[in-house]
Design a protein around this ligand. Sequence first.
Ligand code: HEM
Ligand code: SF4
Ligand code: SF4
Length: 505
Amino acid sequence: MTLVSAASGLRRAWRNFEHGWHRITVAPSEPLEHLGAIAGLLLLLLLATGSYLFVVFDTSVSGAWQSIDQLARTGTFPGGWLRSLHRYAADGLLLVTLLHLLREFMLGRYTHFRRATWWTGVPLLLLVYLSAIGGFWLNWDQLGQYSALASAELIDALPLLGATLTRNFVAVHAVSDRLFSLLIFIHLGVPLLLLFGLWFHLQRIHLPQVLPPRALTVGVIATLGLLAAAAPIASQAPADLARVPTALHYDWILLHLHPLAEAFSPATVWLLIATVLLVLLLLPLRHGVVAPVAVVDADFCNGCRRCVDDCPYSAITLVAHPNAKAGRQLAVVAASRCAGCGICAGACPSAMPFRRVATLATGIDLPQRRIGALRQRLRQALVPGSHKIVVFGCDHGAAVAALTAADVVSFSLLCSAQLPPSFIDYALRIGALGVVISSCTEGACEFRLGARWTSQRLGATREPRLRTHGPAPHYQLVFADGGDEPALVAAIAGLRQRATMRALP
Ligand code: HEM
Ligand code: SF4
Ligand code: SF4
């Protein structure tokens, strides 16, 4: 089995899993489709609760434990509750980041135009681990002492430091306020680095969704808030370097590296970390099939910037048009960023099928699925008197090519948003009985924004708008992912019935 076929097998398996999951859940917004945004929300929650904790925190070795322990003892709200929320948000952030990574991996989203986003995600995972583990040290209770000592042993196992760090923790007087200031600096500095890293991570994402939809935001905060109230986090006994901590209440989510180092050795843990990092960093170098990128035709581009606004990966910029009068601009595609999704072609005003030209050339187009070829195939399929239902679908959604009804003619596009809305009008004008546009659901859209733009263009809230309107439209938009073919068939049946009713005298 080649790497490419293994990757597409994993992708199919994950799509099937998500499809099954959608059927059994009733959530208004799917958590699995918003993992990056949930991670963003948890980061925000950590910064907010962390700021409160920092205000009440005593930054000295002698006062740290008491200042945090007091939060739990002197009434649980809001201090103790916020402290617990901080911990649960940290647990959540690590879990959600790992899930986000797993989903992107299973969907094969690490090669070509997504390489940079993947590579900039890897350091974020390290920073999440580092800031989470560092948080335990600041409590300076027995768990913090255990984690600090275990972390120092781990660092000492690296050849570069020459086995000195552990001495700071094993000697009773060695943990000075100065060392403690360093620990605070790590716990405050790393999240700031994380924010900076996130900015890099999202550089190639147009309109990134950094916070989940409202219902999901409320759900996440309510769940963590209830958890913090029902199972508040309490400090353990204060750190005592003269004694080895026993009977710790362990956080297995954030601190699992320590028992691993104890069970095997610090060197084994480093080997594991290095192997995982190496695999994560090398994965994007895998060569797969590269989709041809969008191509601009300077003669038909008027610099309107619609393609710039709609491109999901910020792959298009405008420059001065070389062969037109001053002020006019020209779209330019950065090939390394282009997903080959065709959404830009669907946005271009020159992709107008009514133009009286033998060959329909457009400002921007995809060589593998040209807009002009779509018009030609549509004309061939809709011979006068054929009364067909035209279905425009997406390669990544419900399989429109598998539709077998004799009165249906289907066209699978690179993305549903590759379809210029004027093609719906055009199909109806040249004899289609009705038009069904089948799009993936928003969260499942392979190219992030395709489903949203399709819905807005057809709803006439985004250019290019669909002009065909009326009380009984002859077209229908249906959201059908792969596996949702019955929903598509039902939509076609509904449209057919409406068209038949209209035809009755
Ligand atoms: C703190 C940790 C992280 C946060 C907050 C985060 C956040 C995000 C957000 C907000 C997006 C954009 C979602 C959208 O609007 O479509 C995104 C996309 C992405 N992330 Fe992360 N991420 C994190 C870690 C990671 C890690 C560890 C990886 C993998 C190594 C990763 C890989 C990706 C990829 C490949 C995309 C692009 C998906 C696409 O092209 O549709 N991220 N991330
Ligand atoms: S094909 Fe997609 S990614 Fe490439 S330029 Fe067009 S909209 Fe952007
Ligand atoms: S949408 Fe078309 S005309 Fe407008 S800038 Fe892009 S390529 Fe040029």
